[in-house]
Design a protein around this ligand. Structure first.
Ligand code: NAP
Length: 277
C-alpha cells in the first residue's frame, strides 16, 4: 500500500519571521483535522526561481508569496490570472498536477470579503471610494472595488505620478487628488481606505485632515498593527463604521487554503485569535 503524500504549503518572502500566515493556516489545518503543514520560508531574490521550481518535487501543493517577491513570481509562473496581471503582483501560487505553476492574486478578494463582513450595510453603489496610497495593495483594492461596481474612485498618494499611473492602468473611473489636498476627497466618500503604510507601528502617522469625514462613511485601514489605527479611532469617534485590516489578511488566505488542502476554511473569531497569538 502506498501512503498518500502529506501536502505541504508555505509562505515565501524575505524577511518572513513577522508573517502571520503560518499561524492562520496552521490553525485551519488543526481545526479541520487535515494532515498537512504550512511553513515560513525566507528566500533571497537570487534563489527564488530555483526554490520555487524544486518545491513541487518535495510535496508542496502551493505557496503564498509576500514582499519582496510578489512581482518576480509572475515571471516564473506558467499561467497568471487576469486579475494578477492587472494588479501587477501575485500572492498565491498553485502547483498543478500537470507540473504547471499557476499564479493568482487574492488580496482584492480578501479586502472585499473583509469589508462586506465588517460593514454589511456598505454597498458598492453607495458612492465614491477614497483611497490613500498607490502602492501594490492599492492596486488590489482598486481592482476589487471597480469589479464590485463602485462608481468612482478618488486616489491620493505622496508620489502623485504613482497615482496617475493607476488612472492610466485602471481607467477614467479614477480621479487623482494632490497629497496635500487628500482631506478634500473624503467629503463625498462613501468608503475611505488607507492603503499606505502610515499608521503602522514604527512608521509615521497619517496626517491627512479628517474633518470632512461624514459619519455615514465606512472607513477601513489595511494596516493591522495596531489593530485600531489612529485613522480608525478618529473615524469611530465621528460615528463611522470602521473595519480593521486583520480580516483582509485572513480572507485573502482562504482561496489558497481551499485549492491546496481541499477545504474552504471559515474566517471566524478563532481564526482572528490564532492570527493574534
Ligand atoms: P507599497 O507598495 O510599498 O506602498 C506603500 C504606500 O505607502 C505608497 O502609497 C507610499 O507612497 C505610501 N507611503 C509610505 N510611506 C509614506 C509616507 N511617509 N508618507 C506618505 N505616504 C507613504 O506597500 P503595499 O504593499 O501597497 O502595502 C501598503 C500597506 O498595506 C502596508 O502597511 C502593508 O502591510 C499593508 N497591507 C495589508 C494587507 C492586509 O492583508 N491587511 C495586505 C497588503 C498590504 P509613495 O508611493 O509616495 O511611496
Amino acid at each position: 500500500m502506498t501512503l498518500a503524500k502529506i501536502p505541504l504549503a508555505g509562505v515565501i518572502g524575505s524577511p518572513i519571521a513577522h508573517s502571520k500566515s503560518p499561524q492562520v493556516h496552521g490553525h485551519w489545518l488543526k481545526t479541520y483535522g487535515i494532515q498537512g503543514h504550512y511553513i515560513p520560508m525566507d528566500v533571497a531574490a537570487a534563489d527564488l526561481e530555483q526554490v520555487i521550481r524544486s518545491l513541487p518535487r518535495m510535496g508542496f501543493v502551493g505557496v503564498n508569496v509576500t514582499i519582496p517577491h510578489k512581482e518576480a513570481v509572475m515571471h516564473i509562473a506558467d499561467l497568471v490570472t487576469d486579475r494578477a496581471i492587472l494588479i501587477g503582483a501575485s500572492n498565491t501560487l498553485i502547483f498543478r498536477k500537470d507540473g504547471k505553476i499557476h499564479a493568482d492574486n487574492t488580496d482584492g478578494y480578501g479586502f472585499l470579503e473583509n469589508l462586506k463582513t465588517g460593514a454589511p450595510n456598505w454597498q458598492p453603489k453607495s458612492g465614491p471610494a477614497a483611497i490613500l496610497g498607490a502602492g501594490g495593495a492599492a492596486r488590489a483594492v482598486i481592482a476589487s472595488l471597480l469589479d464590485a461596481g463602485v462608481p468612482e474612485i478618488f486616489i491620493s498618494n505622496r508620489t502623485r505620478v504613482r497615482a496617475e499611473k493607476l488612472v492610466s492602468d485602471f481607467g477614467n473611473r479614477l480621479r487623482v487628488f494632490d497629497w496635500v489636498q487628500a482631506g478634500n476627497m473624503l467629503d463625498d466618500a462613501a468608503l475611505v481606505v488607507n492603503t499606505t503604510s502610515l499608521g503602522m507601528v514604527g512608521k509615521g502617522e497619517l496626517r491627512v485632515p479628517l474633518d470632512g469625514l461624514s459619519k455615514d462613511s465606512v472607513v477601513t485601514d489595511l494596516v493591522y498593527a495596531p489593530l485600531k489605527t489612529n485613522l480608525l479611532a478618529t473615524a469611530e469617534e465621528i460615528g463611522c463604521t470602521t473595519v480593521d485590516g486583520l480580516g483582509m489578511l485572513l480572507h485573502q488566505a482562504v482561496p489558497g487554503f481551499e485549492r491546496w488542502f481541499g477545504k474552504r476554511p471559515e474566517v471566524d473569531r478563532a481564526t482572528r485569535a490564532a492570527a493574534l497569538r
